[in-house]
Ligand binder design. Structure first.
Ligand SMILES: *Cc1c(COP(=O)(O)O)cnc(C)c1O
Length: 348
């Protein structure tokens, strides 16, 4: 790996971050807070939230198996994705490499930050060709984006291929593991010690069923986390979100139940869709969704909409012609989908 200073934009490396009232006063007990121009009324929402979310990180650390000092929390994973560009990529000069198809935000954030985005098409069976990704990188490549299990294809990537990229690429490697809770593969966040250039993304939006509170996690070395903390908005995770996240983590047993139900439903729904005459292929999945290649994705998509069932039409995504991306729902929802698909008749 190149040195972190070489990889970081000079203005960010030299940045003196904003110092907020809650940063300056820490520790000793106090009961009169006249330092932040808050209104003393309307407790507790009158107070600025903890800028570093220490209580929440302390609770997350044992659950995720990552020390609190290696955790960044943001307004969804989307904040972490955007910050990675702002920290490492000089607009109009640096570039990033990503697999394709994959999650759309990596490309959108590249465009917003005016950074060249180099998509490298996956193999036809959606597996990763590490060689071709590495070959797409040059001396201006700061970041390689990997997503495993991948959205929209659903498959987990080969671990050896990912490790090869982590060892041979000299820049930052991001592995987005938004769906790793649904996979049997060992999550990369447990291997931060072996890969100083690794950033792993997780989210509250999927298995933890809290997309509405907008809370994403990044795991990385303390040095990389320090860069995130320098650049983020001072109070990037609001108090209501921090409170609700603590509540969610109080009931991990409930989350395990959701997971068991969703995996069981996935196990049943996949073969049932696969045996429909209008289905050409169902692709193996490690996530809470799957990709199905249909006889006519556009017409089936519209047919389902007419019946009040919304899936994601990925027909126009590369390698995904005639594919629908289907999220695993409740047993009732999955039955409604299956029933509708069984009744579908192509218009002659
Ligand atoms: C859903 C999803 C996320 C989650 O994003 P949030 O901003 O945390 O809701 C991240 N990455 C991928 C690949 C996803 O599919």
């Amino acid at each position: 790996m190149k040195s972190l200073q070489e990889l970081t934009r000079t203005n960010i490396w030299n940045l003196t971050p904003y110092s907020c009232a809650r940063d300056e006063f820490k520790g000793r007990a106090a009961s009169v807070f006249l330092d932040a121009n808050e209104n003393p009324y309307n407790n507790p929402l009158n107070r600025y939230p903890d800028p570093l979310q220490e209580k929440l990180k302390a609770k997350l650390a044992p659950i995720k198996g990552v020390p609190a000092s290696r955790i960044f929390l943001g307004n969804g994973s989307d904040e972490a994705i955007d910050l990675i560009y702002r920290i490492f990529c000089e607009p109009r000069q640096d570039n990033v490499v990503a697999m394709a198809p994959t999650y759309g935000m990596y490309g959108v954030c590249a465009d917003i930050n005016d950074v060249e985005y180099r998509p490298v098409t996956l193999n036809d069976d959606f597996t990763l060709d590490a060689e071709r990704l590495l070959a797409a990188a040059d001396e201006h490549t700061k970041v390689i984006w990997l997503c495993s299990p991948n959205n929209p294809t659903g498959n987990a990537l080969d671990r050896n291929a990912m490790e090869r990229i982590l060892t041979e690429f000299q820049g930052i490697v991001v592995i987005d593991e938004a769906y790793s809770d649904f996979s049997s593969q060992r999550p990369f966040r447990l291997d931060l010690d072996r890969f100083p250039n690794l950033i792993v993304l997780n989210t509250f939006s999927k298995l933890w069923a809290s997309a509405a509170i907008r809370l994403g996690m990044a795991f990385a070395s303390e040095e990389i986390i320090a860069l995130f903390n320098k650049v983020k908005y001072p109070y990037n995770v609001n108090q209501l979100t921090q409170q609700q996240a603590l509540t969610v983590l109080d009931d991990l047993q409930h989350i395990d139940l959701w997971k068991a139900t969703l995996l069981k439903e996935r196990f049943q729904l996949l073969p049932a869709v696969a045996e429909l005459p209008i289905c050409k292929a169902v692709y193996p999945t490690d996530a809470n969704f799957f990709l199905a290649r249909m006889s006519d994705a556009n017409s089936i998509y519209n047919y389902l909409i007419d019946r009040g069932i919304v899936v994601r039409n990925r027909n126009r995504v590369q390698l995904c012609g005639n594919c629908l991306r289907i999220t695993i729902g409740t047993p009732q929802e999955n039955n409604a989908l299956l029933g509708a698909l069984r009744q579908y008749r192509p218009t002659p």
